[in-house]
Design a protein around this ligand. Structure first.
Ligand code: ZN
Length: 424
C-alpha cells in the first residue's frame, strides 16, 4: 500500500465533484492483485488508519482521475493540423494515404509508442482508439499498451468500399481477421477489443452484417464508429441507404447499437435517433476540437440530456487538434455555449471534467473500473501542478470555489499542468 497527500478530486454517483483541499489517496492491491484505490478522502479523517503506510507528500498539487479519451485515431498522430476543406477531402487527401503506411508493423509500433508517450504527457490513461484496416496495426498498439500496463481499447478498421488501394480491405477476410484479433487480445491484461467499422459509407452491407454478428457473438467487446458528423456525409449515407430511417438507423439495422457501442460526433441526429441511442445503450463520443476544426457542427447537449443519452469527451486526433484534455474540455465549453443552431448553455467545470473521466468511463461501460478515485477503481490518476505557469499560479491562487479552480485549470491548462501520470 502507498498513500499520496495532495488536494484530491473525485466524483459521486450523480457525477458531482467531491473535493478535499488536504486529501489522501491510498492505493494498493485488491483481492485479485489489481492495483486499486483502497481509500480516498480528507487527510485528517484517514491518516490514523494508515500506520506503517508510506505517504508521499504532494501538497500544493491536485490529484485527479486519469483522463479517458473516448475517441482517437492513433495512426493519425501525424495527421494533426492537415489543411483540408472539410471531412471528405481531409480523408481522401491526408488520412487515407497516411494510414496506408500501417501495413508495416514496425512503422505502426513506432507511432504507437509516440502516441502512448503523448497520452501520458497529457494525463490520459485510457483511450478508445481506431487502428487502421491492417491487422498488424492492432497488434502493434496492443503490444505497446500491454508493455505499459494500460487499460486500452482498439480494433481493426473495417472499410471494404469507397476507400483507395492501401487501406481498403476484403469483406470476408476482414471479418476473419476481426474475430482472430478478438480472440488474441480481448480481455488480456487490461486490454479490450472494439469492432471498428470506419463509418457506414465505407462498408458494404455484407461487412456491416458480419460486424453485427460478431458484436452479438462477443457481447462484452466494444463497437466504435462515426455517425452524423457533417451534412455532406449525412446526405451521402441517405443516398447509399435509402431504406434506412436515418444514418444512425443504418447501424441499428445491422445490430451495431448496444451497450459498449461508442459513436463519435452524433451532431446531426434527430429526436428519434437520440431516443434510439438511449434505448440501445449506445454512447456518443463528443469531439469538440475536431468539430470546430473541420467545421462540422455543434453537439446538442440539451437535446442529449433530454433524451437521456450517454456521452463523454474525446480528442478525435487527427481531426481533433490536441491530445490535451484541457483543450478538449475548453472546446466542449465553446460547443455548449453556441446558441444559434441549438440551445446554448454553460457547462459547469465539474460537468466538463466528469465527461472526460467518470462520465467517459460510464459511456464505455467501465464505471467502477476506471475514471474515478473512489475505493475499488483501478489506480490510474494524474498529479496536476496548479503553479505550472505564472498565469496559472496567479489565477488559481485567487480561486474562491472549486468551480473557479477547475475552470482556471480548464481554460489555462495544457501538458505543462500534468506533473505526473500514474497507471495501475
Ligand atoms: Zn474519428
Amino acid at each position: 500500500m502507498k498513500a499520496y497527500r495532495a488536494a484530491l478530486l473525485r466524483f459521486d454517483d450523480q457525477g458531482q465533484p467531491l473535493y478535499d483541499s488536504d486529501g489522501l489517496l491510498v492505493v494498493g492491491p485488491d483481492a485479485s492483485g489489481r492495483k486499486v484505490v483502497r481509500a480516498a478522502g480528507s487527510h485528517d479523517a484517514l491518516i490514523d488508519r494508515l500506520a506503517g503506510v508510506a505517504v508521499e507528500d504532494l501538497r500544493g498539487h491536485l490529484i485527479a482521475p486519469g483522463f479517458i479519451d473516448l475517441h482517437v485515431h492513433y495512426p493519425q498522430t501525424d495527421v494533426i493540423g492537415a489543411p483540408a476543406a472539410g471531412l471528405l477531402p481531409w480523408l481522401e487527401n491526408y488520412t487515407f494515404p497516411h494510414e496506408s503506411r500501417f501495413a508495416d508493423k514496425a512503422y505502426a509500433r513506432g507511432v504507437a509508442e509516440f502516441f502512448f508517450d503523448e497520452l501520458a504527457r497529457h494525463g490520459v490513461t485510457t483511450a478508445l482508439t481506431f487502428a487502421t484496416s491492417h491487422p498488424v496495426s492492432v497488434d502493434a498498439a496492443f503490444e505497446a499498451a500491454q508493455a505499459r500496463g494500460l487499460r486500452f481499447i482498439t480494433g481493426k478498421v473495417l472499410q471494404d468500399r469507397h476507400s483507395p488501394d492501401g487501406v481498403r480491405d476484403e469483406t470476408e477476410q476482414s471479418l476473419i481477421d476481426t474475430e482472430a484479433l478478438i480472440r488474441r487480445w480481448h480481455g488480456v491484461d487490461r486490454l479490450g477489443y472494439a469492432i471498428t467499422p470506419r463509418f457506414a459509407p465505407t462498408s458494404t452491407d455484407e461487412q456491416l452484417r458480419g460486424a453485427g454478428e460478431l458484436a452479438a457473438k462477443y457481447g462484452d467487446v466494444w463497437i466504435q464508429s462515426h455517425v452524423a458528423e457533417n451534412r455532406d456525409e449525412v446526405k451521402w449515407v441517405a443516398e447509399l441507404y435509402p431504406r434506412a430511417r436515418s444514418y444512425l438507423g443504418v447501424y441499428g439495422d445491422f445490430g451495431l447499437l448496444r451497450d459498449r457501442a461508442v459513436y463519435a460526433h452524433c451532431i446531426h441526429l434527430d429526436a428519434h435517433d437520440r431516443i434510439l441511442m438511449r434505448e440501445t445503450g449506445a454512447s456518443a463520443a463528443v469531439s469538440p476540437t475536431s468539430n470546430l476544426f473541420l467545421g462540422s457542427g455543434f453537439f446538442d447537449y440539451a437535446a442529449a440530456d433530454a433524451a437521456g443519452m450517454r456521452y463523454g469527451l474525446a480528442s478525435d486526433v487527427g481531426g481533433g487538434t490536441s491530445f490535451s484534455p484541457f483543450h478538449t474540455m475548453l472546446a466542449a465549453y465553446y460547443i455548449g455555449r453556441e446558441g444559434h443552431t441549438k440551445p446554448g448553455l454553460s457547462l459547469t467545470p465539474g460537468q466538463l471534467w466528469w465527461q472526460h473521466t467518470a462520465g467517459a468511463a460510464r459511456a464505455l461501460g467501465l464505471e467502477r473500473v476506471v475514471g474515478n478515485l473512489t475505493p475499488g477503481h483501478e489506480a490510474d490518476f494524474v498529479v496536476l501542478d496548479p503553479k505550472a505557469t505564472p498565469l496559472l499560479e496567479r489565477k488559481t491562487a485567487q480561486a474562491d470555489s472549486l468551480d473557479e479552480l477547475l475552470f482556471a485549470l480548464i481554460v489555462l491548462g495544457d501538458d505543462r499542468l500534468v506533473a505526473k501520470t500514474v497507471t495501475a
